[in-house]
Design a protein around this ligand. Structure first.
Ligand code: SF4
Length: 376
């Protein structure tokens, strides 16, 4: 099976014990079936001490102790890895921060920006990234179950077409995200009605008359998701039980968000958001490309995952959401300090976003549920 890796793949080096975050904390760790069965087959105290740290029920996940993996040792390293027993690590931990997805004939490998090294690398990327062939195997954490090769070919071509459109940079990013939304929404309609033959007729365009019923016309262009929708996501879903303990920095960002926007009505909030972003972008001409690059990276990571669900729109909606949240969190720093933060803080903000709003599959479902209810 071929493996393709994101272009900065070889630049990653784990900080191990010197990591300011450690990947053993702050999120739900799924245990894949093979590792779960390995735990079941181990006899005596060894087996028991592994099994008792798995939550009852499905899917199998590690039961954290004070928000940490119970297998994290006092040097903040994985005890299994230190013992040379990597086979006892769940697959996701063995591969992390790589994000590896198999599409049958090939595997694509990107990275999770919840790792501080990756977040720092991504913040520096202000350009289009690509995939490169890799002559080694990376175990896929996710396997897309489908044999519809024609659809996979379509997704590959469509992803390139969308990225070409994005990197032609003919319009501001918010207009590009709206055009890509309108395009994939039309595609999605044809796909869901099983009329794939109409897909070539769908045009990726900035023209609202071409976008038709899918055009979004709002006073605040960067408020792709209105602030009222973002409110529900952040205050009801991201800020759930003990966020202050789990992630004090994210908690403080969300409180700052609440203080900034709660005094405005819905329309005022959207306009304020949009105008302040334009002001922030004007202070650093490369900043828009940082967000374009992150959005583009998200599309590279997520778009093909529609192979299993045929739900292309979901992938662009999530890519747009993560990008809007990153812009929002950077904006909160900008409003607080009167300037764009340095790259160190920008990468911390990206990491906080990825851990708090993205890394946990249940969180993704909750946020997408808000999109379905409020937006679609
Ligand atoms: S979060 Fe990243 S740098 Fe830190 S220990 Fe995990 S893989 Fe290494």
């Amino acid at each position: 099976m071929k493996t393709n890796v994101i272009s900065f793949y070889h630049e990653f080096h784990c900080l191990a014990g010197a990591c300011p975050h450690s990947c053993c904390r702050g999120w739900q760790i799924p245990v894949d079936e093979a590792t779960y069965q390995r735990y079941q087959s181990l006899k005596g105290l060894r087996g028991y001490s592994l099994r008792r740290h798995i939550k009852r029920g499905e899917p199998h996940v590690i039961r954290p102790v004070l928000f940490r993996c119970p297998f994290e040792n006092s040097d903040h390293l994985c005890q299994h890895q230190c013992n040379g027993q990597t086979e006892l690590m769940p697959l996701v931990c063995r591969v992390y921060p790589r994000h590896s997805v198999s599409y049958g004939s090939f595997t694509e490998v990107t990275f999770e920006a919840s790792c501080p090294v990756i977040a720092a690398m991504l913040v520096k990327q202000r350009k289009r990234l690509s995939f490169l062939p890799y002559n080694q195997t990376v175990d896929p954490v996710w396997v897309m179950e489908n044999e519809d090769e024609d659809f996979l070919d379509f997704l590959l071509r469509d992803r390139e077409k969308i990225l070409d459109f994005l990197w032609a940079k003919e319009r501001p990013l918010h207009e590009q995200m709206q055009a890509i939304y309108a395009y994939t929404r039309q595609e999605n309609d044809w796909i869901s009605r099983n009329h794939m033959e109409h897909l070539p007729e769908v045009v990726l365009s900035y023209d609202p008359t071409v976008q038709g019923d899918y055009a979004i016309e709002r006073p605040g262009g960067y408020a792709f998701y209105p602030i009222a929708t973002i409110d529900r996501m952040l205050l009801e879903h991201v800020d759930y039980g003990n966020l202050l303990l789990r992630s004090p920095k994210l908690y403080r960002l969300i409180r700052r968000y609440d203080r900034t926007f709660r005094k405005m009505n819905v329309k005022e909030a959207d306009v304020f958001f949009h105008e302040k972003i334009l002001e922030m972008l004007a202070t650093d001409p490369t900043l828009e490309d940082k967000y374009r690059s992150y959005y583009s990276y998200n599309l590279q990571q997520l778009y093909l995952q529609a192979y299993e669900t045929y739900f292309v729109l979901r992938q662009t909606l999530l890519a747009t959401l993560y990008t809007q949240l990153l812009i929002l969190f950077d904006l909160l720093d900008y409003l607080e300090n009167g300037r764009v933060s340095d790259e160190k803080r920008q990468s911390e903000v990206l990491m906080l976003l990825e851990i708090g709003c993205r890394h946990n599959p249940k969180m993704t479902e909750n946020l997408f549920w808000v999109i379905r209810n409020d937006f679609l």
